[in-house]
Design a protein around this ligand. Structure first.
Ligand SMILES: [Ca+2]
Length: 463
């Protein structure tokens, strides 16, 4: 493996961002970011196919061994040293968060944002990719978890990137008991976003019979299911969908506004249009465009594996998994086209003409640094004050973890925080109600039913 993140390049989005929005029926200031996380898995991967979670061991070795020659850094910068002490990024440690608990392929951690009953602690929920949601109190000494919902009979996890992938609690979950799931199903192969409710007589249990399908999207291949769902500060549900899979985006979904694939969607799940189980927010960017799907909020994305709203600024951060050379971190804006497959990272990829301006990543890293990005969170917790405002992200396969600060449209500091030797296979990040940040990790990079555990990210010096 190579040393520090020498190849990381940084740049600013070519379009100003404005992530604050306004439309969906309710606006809960309350729970915005307690929403959560999730991710994906491939079959025996062809060496050029880069997918999120779960590369085969062979693909992983290939990626690591070719790392020294594969990439060609374009922009000069590796790490960006802070110009002032205020922009510094502290050393961190990964601390076992719940040392007595382990999970089967944990791909997402979510908080319901408050206790499920009076007098209790906050409860955390972990998605196990084969189809279970387990829950436990946010207490490091907890020694067992409970099953909140078991959908293993409904979830299809044939491919490494399929399964139960994301969970979002309704911003008014405490009152209405609603939560939303994204999972893979078969016959036909598809991705499903559904509303569920807790049991009428027991808020500690999800009701498997309560499912109402909100959106079902056919998936031509098993990989690139994208698949984070979360509520924004505006109360709308955001959904990331991959380009449909295989390699080289054979359907050209990324640059096609008539398909939901290769996008981030924004819908209102508290209202319905005549022909839909949800409503289209009136200020969505493509509502008036002929031939475009009105659900689309942003496009030109290959396979967003984890996105999150900064609970302080409302900005939407996404990790978009690359194919041949570059992994991206993007700041998502209304109507933004992020380039796939005309571009990969800051570089041309396939021939074609862009429909409007393309937005570059905030940062991209090449094969020397990793092969499958896992998008994270801007830290807004209280335990580690010096980490405030740092966006944390990782590479699933290389086990590196980075932090960056971004201000006024540019990266003001950026550094490698965890080297592979100390690293974990980060399938996802997660956040609790207080804004503390966790990682969901696998004990091994790719194995069916592999176990995994949760770590908390804290500063090394405790400040
Ligand atoms: Ca891009």
């Amino acid at each position: 493996m190579t040393g520090p993140a020498r190849c990381i390049v940084a740049a600013t989005p070519s379009v100003p961002y404005h992530a604050r929005m306004h439309t969906c029926s309710h606006r809960s200031a309350a729970n915005t970011a307690s929403a959560l996380i999730a991710h994906g898995v491939p079959r025996p991967a062809r060496s050029r196919r880069r997918t999120a979670l779960g590369l085969t061991a062979a693909a992983l070795l290939t990626a690591v061994s070719c790392a020294d020659s594969a990439d060609t850094p374009s922009a000069a910068t590796a790490q960006i040293a802070p110009a002032s002490a205020a922009d510094a990024i502290p050393d961190i440690r990964l601390v076992p968060a719940f040392p007595k608990l382990s999970f089967v392929r944990p791909v997402f951690l979510a908080s319901s944002g408050q206790p499920v009953a009076e007098g209790e602690r906050e409860w955390l929920f972990v998605l196990e990719q084969p189809g279970r949601i387990v829950m436990f109190p946010n207490d490091q000494d907890v020694d067992a978890h409970e099953i909140f919902l078991d959908l293993t009979g409904r979830v299809y996890d044939h491919h490494n990137e399929e399964g139960l992938l994301s969970l979002a609690f309704h911003p008014r979950f405490r009152e209405n008991g609603e939560f939303f799931l994204y999972y893979s199903a078969n016959g036909p192969r598809r991705g499903v976003v559904s509303r569920f409710r807790v049991m009428k007589d027991d808020p500690r249990r999800g009701d498997p019979e309560s499912e109402q399908v909100i959106l079902s999207v056919d998936q031509p291949w098993g990989n690139h299911n994208g698949s984070t769902i979360l509520f924004g500060p505006d109360g709308c549900l955001y959904i990331s969908l991959g380009d449909g899979g295989w390699a080289n985006d054979p359907l050209n979904s990324g640059q096609d506004l008539s398909t939901l694939l290769g996008t981030i969607l924004r819908i209102d799940v508290d209202s319905t249009d005549a022909d839909r189980a949800y409503a289209i927010p009136k200020d969505n960017p493509f509502v008036a465009r002929s031939g475009a799907r009105p659900e689309i909020w942003a496009w030109g994305l290959r396979n967003v594996w984890r996105m999150s709203f900064d609970r302080a600024t409302g900005e939407l951060w996404a990790g978009d998994v690359g194919q041949n050379q570059w992994e991206e971190i993007d700041l998502i804006v209304k109507g933004g086209n992020y380039g796939w497959k005309l571009r990969e990272g800051f570089h041309p990829f396939a021939d074609g003409t862009a429909d409007g301006p393309l937005i570059d990543p905030v940062v991209a890293y090449g094969r020397r640094e990793g092969i499958s990005v896992t998008g994270g969170y801007v830290y807004r917790g209280t335990r580690s004050p010096s980490l405030q405002g740092v966006y944390l992200y990782a590479d699933y396969a290389s086990r590196r973890l980075w932090g960056l600060r971004h201000r006024d449209g540019r990266v003001v500091s950026h550094r490698l925080l965890v080297e592979p030797g100390d690293g974990r296979y980060v399938a996802s990040f997660g956040e609790d109600a207080a804004g503390e940040v966790y990682i969901c990790t696998f004990d091994q990079p790719d194995r069916r039913n592999v176990r995994g555990r949760l770590f908390r990210i804290v500063t090394r010096d405790g400040n």
